[in-house]
Design a protein around this ligand. Structure first.
Ligand code: ADP
Ligand code: MG
Length: 332
């Protein structure tokens, strides 16, 4: 790899910076960046390993878009504006077609979210992509998991369950044992490989919401993180969950399972108190935010409740966690 490492970087990953904040980009020992003095720097790193985070059959373009989208999703969850990213790329061999497609995919998302690649590392080994994203927030404006307050409403962007249904499709060629139409196939693949990060919504609600998280592990697991960090209980009303029309053609228990425990949705979940709800609801009504109210934050007084901080109801009745936790994914 070392012989061609510099050629790879020059050919596939070096572009002029689009931002004045980049004093020195790829090509020296470090990048040099100008920080905006009244902002705070936010960063996050994610690693994707072939066969674990994406199927071995995945195209290079799709691997790149998924890697950058899912990394940027963490910035969205903090209400941050993306600025720069670095790329750790481990490749089994040098394949120019693969690199050209990977680079195209990577920069298609980088351009869309105005984030500059400012450095990285290139090594040989099993296909692994590590991305560190950097963004900025106003001082004190970060959307922390620990700040949900009793009485807050819980909102979620977009649709839930797409990621899990898409993974079934990618691994088995069908969804719940049924073949899907070309439109649904396209929709689900897009949702898996380009789960566009909710950056705009994150920045819009940064000053309005109390707490936020991006949904990567499944609604219940991620809501539990907020409940635990904030010392509250989160009540979710399943009949209010936003489920894509193409998933509503399946059994209710199945699409609830996808939404509740499937993961890979990369939607933004946030909580907001009464006064801010009015502004958020007005944005939703105007169409500037695409989000749905799915529940509310309650006092953590019920010590008998398994201690997991999440209460699920369906049409006013308790919904048993065993109904989806024991659910067999990928079984038809
Ligand atoms: P060093 O030996 O000083 O760590 P490298 O040879 O690893 O430098 O990298 C040379 C330059 O290329 C550095 O600026 C580094 O940030 C950049 N770089 C290396 N790999 C990548 C990559 N996959 N994507 C973007 N930039 C990279
Ligand atoms: Mg290096």
């Amino acid at each position: 790899m070392s012989l061609t490492e510099f050629d790879i970087i020059a050919q596939y990953f070096t572009r002029p910076s689009s931002q004045a904040s980049v004093d020195k980009s790829i090509g020296d020992d470090c990048a040099i960046l100008t920080l905006n003095s009244n902002k705070r720097l936010v960063m996050s790193m994610d690693t994707m390993v072939e066969g674990r985070h994406f199927p071995e059959s995945a195209e290079a373009f799709d691997i790149a878009t998924r890697a950058l989208c899912t990394s940027l999703s963490d910035l969205a969850a903090m209400g941050a504006k993306p600025l720069w990213f670095t790329l750790g790329l481990t490749l089994p061999s040098v394949d120019h077609d693969w690199l050209a497609n990977f680079s195209r995919g990577l920069f298609s998302i980088a351009d869309q979210f105005a984030v500059d690649l400012i450095g990285g590392d290139t090594t040989q080994g099993p296909l692994t992509i590590t991305i560190q994203v950097h963004g900025e927030i106003d001082a004190g404006a970060g959307l922390m998991r620990s700040q949900a307050k009793v009485g807050d409403a819980i909102y979620v962007t977009g649709h839930l369950g797409d990621g899990a249904a898409a993974l079934e499709l990618l691994l088995s060629g069908s969804v719940a044992g049924k073949e899907v139409t070309a439109d649904v196939d396209h929709y689900l693949r897009q949702r898996f490989y380009s789960p566009l990060p909710q950056i705009t919504t994150g920045m819009q609600v940064a000053a309005l919401a109390n707490a936020a998280i991006d949904i990567s592990d499944g609604l219940v697991a991620d809501v539990e993180h907020i409940a635990k960090a904030s010392g509250v209980q989160m009540m979710i009303h399943l009949e209010q969950l936003p489920i894509a029309p193409c998933l509503q053609t399946y059994d209710e228990s199945r699409y609830f399972a996808w939404a509740l425990s499937g993961g890979d949705d990369y939607q933004l979940l946030f909580t907001a108190d009464k006064t801010q709800q009015q502004s958020i609801d007005a944005f939703i009504a105007k169409g500037t935010i695409s989000a749905t109210k799915i529940g509310e934050v309650c006092e953590n007084g019920d010590k008998t409740h398994q201690g997991n901080g999440v209460i699920l109801t369906l049409n006013g009745l308790p919904y048993e966690q065993s109904l989806y936790k024991g659910y067999q994914h990928f079984a038809s």
